[in-house]
Structures are given as C-alpha cells and as structure tokens.
Design a protein around this ligand. Structure first.
Ligand SMILES: Cc1cc2nc3c(=O)[nH]c(=O)nc-3n(C[C@H](O)[C@H](O)[C@H](O)COP(=O)(O)OP(=O)(O)OC[C@H]3O[C@@H](n4cnc5c(N)ncnc54)[C@H](O)[C@@H]3O)c2cc1C
Length: 500
C-alpha cells in the first residue's frame, strides 16, 4: 500500500499496514517527515482508551459520545460511532509497539457541553530521548522556531510533542522492515485501472515515478492551507502566509488528484483556526492561553472573550470586518506577551519590526496603531473596571473552565488582569490556522467517495486531506491528530479485509 504524506495519520496508517505484513511505501513531498503534525503539541483526543484509564483521567467512551453528540447532533453519526469504537483499539495497537508510549496530559475540552471533561481527555507521547532515535532524528521536522530558521533539532534535547510522535512512529515503522520512506517525493496523480486506484504518479528527486499499490492508496497529505489560489477559490478566511503548516508543504495536491478522478469534496471553506501573532517575517505564530491583555478591532473595541479556545476565537475574528488584523493590548506587568506563542515571541525582534508597538500612554499607542484614541482608552478603562469587579459583563471572560486553565491573575477573576502599567504594548494579531479541514468525502472506513456517493475502490483519505466529521467544530485538544489516526487505521483495516 502507498501512503501520501507523513503526518500523524499517515505514519499511523503506514505502521498499521507494515506491522501486519503489507509492504508499505510512504511518499513525503518535502525533505522532512511529519508536516504540521511534527510542529504540533501532539495532544491526541482518542477517548476511552487504556491511557486515560491508566492515568486516572475519568474518561469513558460514553461520556465522549455524550459530548460529541451535544456538539454535532446526529450529523455524521456513523463516523462518530466508528471513531469512538476504534479509538481505544488504535491506542492499544500503537502502545503494543515498544517504541510508542503515551501519557495523559490535562487540557480542557473546548466546549461547555454535556460529557465535557474540565481537565480534558487527551494525551501526548512521552519525550523521545536522542539516543533512542539516533540518526533517524534528522528525518523528523524540527520545532517551528528552529525549522523556520533553517536549523535542525537541538542536538542536546530529546524530541518532544509532535516530534516525539513522528519520531516514535518512524522508529516503529522502521522496525517492521516492511516500509520504504521516500522524502522529496510528491504525489501528483492517481493511476486508475478498471475503475480502481492501483497506484500513484509522483515527482521525486530524480524526476517522475509511478508506484503500484495492490491494496490501496491512503491520501494523508494535509489540506490546502499553503495554497493561496485554492483558499481563495473556496473562500477560506486567513491566508497562505499566516497558516502554521510548514513552508512548501500542504498545497492540496492529493485532494486535487482525487478530485481529478471524480472524488467528492466537502467543508472546503473550513479550517482549524487560531489567532496568530504576526511575525516579523510576514508569517504568524499560533497564539493561545491568554493570561492577560485584551484584543481590539480596528475601531478600538473588544469583540470576544480573548480566552476562548483558539478555533472559536479565530471564527470570531473571521465573523466581521475590522477584526483582521486585531491588536492585543497589554502592559508592562506581563513581562512580555501575556500568551503562549508557537514559535516563541522575541520582544526585541517584534518591536524592531513594528509587529509590536510600545507607548507611554494608551492615546499614544492608539496613535501609532491608527486606532481611535478615545475608543481605545474607553475600552481599556471599561475592561479594567471589569477586572476590579471580577466580572466581564461584555464577553464573560473567565467564566469557563478553559479560560481559567491558563489564567494567572491575582484579582477576583484570574482571567481578568487590568491593563494599567505603562509602558503599553500592542501586538498585531492576524487570522492563522493549523490547517484547512475540508477535503475528500470519505465513509467511516476512510474510503474516498465519488460525487455520486459510491466508494472509489483502492482510494482512502484521512486527516486534513479529508473532510472532517467534526464539521465546523473543534471539540477538544487533539481532535485533528486523533481523528487522522483513527481513519488512517480504519483505511488500512479495510484494505486488508478487502484485498483485491
Ligand atoms: C503549533 C501547532 C500545535 C498543534 N497542536 C496540536 C495538538 O496538540 N493536537 C492536534 O490534534 N493537533 C494539533 N495541531 C494541528 C495538527 O498538527 C494538524 O491539523 C494535523 O497534524 C494535520 O495532520 P495531517 O496529517 O492532515 O497533515 P500534516 O501533518 O501537515 O502532514 C501532511 C504531510 O503531507 C505532505 N504532503 C503534502 N502534499 C503532498 C503530496 N502531494 N505528496 C506527498 N506528500 C505531501 C506534507 O509535506 C506534510 O508533511 C497543531 C498545529 C500546530 C501548528
């Protein structure tokens, strides 16, 4: 079988195939493995598994079902049930491999809905010591800051988060002896014989190649977030420059190849959104976990609870004009940006580039930003009064478990920290994303469907190459990776059951 892409879904699918004796070829377009998955925190939302049970998370398949049903209703109920039924099996399969170990990590689910766990149900891979992965580390995409700077991994540090996940999957895959991994090789087309996909066309370092696949082709090659024209064609808010996907990675090649042989697509205007701190190079840094400050639009007004889970905040930004760019207004008490950014923010670089500005008064700050000074001052004063009272009368910041998870204020509401200590700062906030989430329509076995709703024999998709069954929702940390892994695993099971 052939897998296009090398993110978490691709690698889990490749491992499932190779571990069960299928000769497996992984084709990765860029020189490095892991895509956005390698950049990620590698939180994995696979409910009801042995990890939550072992680590005492209080999770169950039933509570996860209640939660997903509360958000999604009966939309994609078959996918939901397949996901819930398969998640524990995928985790057991992965942890059966000596290279793969997970641990529960508290991180709240993103919606206040029945079945939610306030400390969440996701888990992460354990850090991967350098001596364990050895030279294979050089194949794994480094963290965002080092990768964007053209650096490899820190030679002293273990691989953590997304790098640990991809590194562990790579170790396990290599140990099967059944897999070939080709980097620098992009899938460009699908080979169809008698209505069945029997292989791929790809562009490799030595020119075009054709690879045959007896059992099937799994498209797990990300979305089209890095392609400005396709984004525009489908009206995806944000921009190809502000996406978090690695440069040169996800331009929708696999989706286009499948659409070219009659596959149906869906959710093409959707993404996994987030606020992005504009970076000096014209890109963005995924920004979450606000501990202070307030975000204003072009009129100097707040428009949302800044502590909202990032996808919901991104959607608020996209909802009305004047919110992109927005500005995070903060003061000197924070000692830097009062939020987490990936990659980390270096204040001096931002101030030199003008992506952050500094001023002694709010009126001066407004002047530098081109915002109405009266409005900005009034907004901050109103916000400070809320902080003193402990109640955000406008947007209810600090009322939800997710808001409080990151909050560190000392006042009556730890999510409301006054902004009143000069000098004042403003960071430019753009609409970023962790990837698009529209793509190929699939059935619960990951089979790609044609425009008439029938499966295309031999063709499967998962992750951001497929239309997510979560629709416009991002239910909790680890949904993109968790769902990518489950449907890649299902695809491989189907390939093995079906044969040819
Ligand atoms: C900083 C950060 C933190 C995040 N944290 C989390 C988290 O904790 N949990 C979570 O679930 N999600 C997280 N996400 C989101 C998540 O990483 C992505 O949505 C998810 O990994 C996408 O997986 P994917 O396999 O679809 O794509 P990717 O992981 O991007 O993999 C796609 C791969 O396919 C390759 N490719 C593209 N086109 C082709 C082609 N034509 N032929 C061959 N290869 C091709 C790309 O180069 C890339 O390597 C985070 C994202 C970021 C940026």
């Amino acid at each position: 079988m052939i897998v296009a892409g090398s993110g978490a879904g691709a690698m889990a699918g490749a491992l499932a195939a190779a571990a069960n004796g299928l000769r497996t070829v992984v084709l990765e377009k860029t020189p490095l493995l892991g895509g956005t998955s390698a950049y990620s925190g590698a939180a994995i939302w696979l409910p009801g598994s042995q990890v939550q049970e072992r680590d005492g998370a209080g999770d169950s398949t039933e509570s996860a079902r209640t939660y997903l049903k509360a958000l999604l209703g009966e939309e994609n109920a078959e996918h939901r049930e397949t996901f819930l039924a398969t998640a524990p099996e995928v985790v057991a399969f992965l942890e059966d491999d000596p290279a793969i170990e997970f641990k529960y990590q508290p991180f709240p689910d993103y919606f206040n809905a029945p079945g939610r766990l306030d400390m969440g149900r996701s888990f992460i891979p354990r850090a991967l010591p350098r001596e364990r992965i050895g030279e294979l580390a050089a194949l794994v995409r480094p963290p965002v800051d080092r990768d964007r700077a053209g650096l490899g991994h820190d030679p002293e540090a273990p691989l953590v988060q997304g790098r640990a996940l991809i590194g562990r999957l790579l170790l396990a895959l290599t140990a099967t002896g059944n897999a070939v991994v080709r980097t620098g090789t992009a899938l460009t087309g699908l080979v169809v014989e008698d209505g069945r996909v029997v292989g791929v066309e790809a562009e490799g370092p030595d020119g075009p190649v054709r690879v045959r696949a007896e059992r099937g082709v799994l498209l797990a090659a990300g979305g089209f977030e890095r392609d400005a024209a396709t984004r525009e064609a489908h009206g995806v808010p944000g921009s190809a420059e502000w996406t978090m996907a690695p440069a040169g990675s996800n331009t929708g090649g696999a989706i286009a190849a499948a659409a070219g042989i009659g596959a149906a697509t869906g959710l093409m205007d959707q993404g996994w959104w987030c606020p992005g701190t504009a970076t000096p190079d014209g890109g963005a840094a995924f920004t979450l976990g606000f501990r202070g400050g307030l975000i204003v639009d072009a009129a100097g007004n707040r428009f949302a609870n800044e502590s909202l889970p990032y996808d919901q905040m991104g959607r608020k930004m996209a909802e009305a004009p004047g919110r992109v760019p927005a500005h995070l207004i903060f003061d000197s008490r924070s000692g830097g940006l009062p939020a987490i950014t990936v990659p980390p923010s270096v204040p001096e670089e931002h101030l030199a580039a003008g992506t952050w500005v500094q001023a002694d008064t709010l009126a001066e700050l407004a002047g530098k930003l081109g915002l109405p000074a009266d409005a900005l001052t009034a907004t901050v004063e109103r916000f400070n009064a809320f902080a003193e009272k402990g109640v955000d009368e406008d947007f209810h910041r600090g009322e939800d478990a997710y808001d409080r998870f990151f909050a560190a204020g000392k006042g009556p509401n730890p999510a409301l920290v006054p902004v009143d200590q000069a000098p004042y700062y403003a960071a430019k906030i753009v609409l970023s994303d962790l990837g698009t989430k529209g793509g190929l329509q699939t059935d619960p076995d990951g089979r790609v469907l044609d425009t008439g709703g029938a499966p295309i024999p031999g063709l499967y998709a998962s992750g951001n190459s497929s239309a997510s069954f979560t629709g416009p929702y991002y239910p909790g940390p680890g949904i993109p990776i968790g769902t990518a892994m489950v449907f890649a695993y299902r695809a491989v099971q189907h390939m093995q059951g079906e044969g040819r």
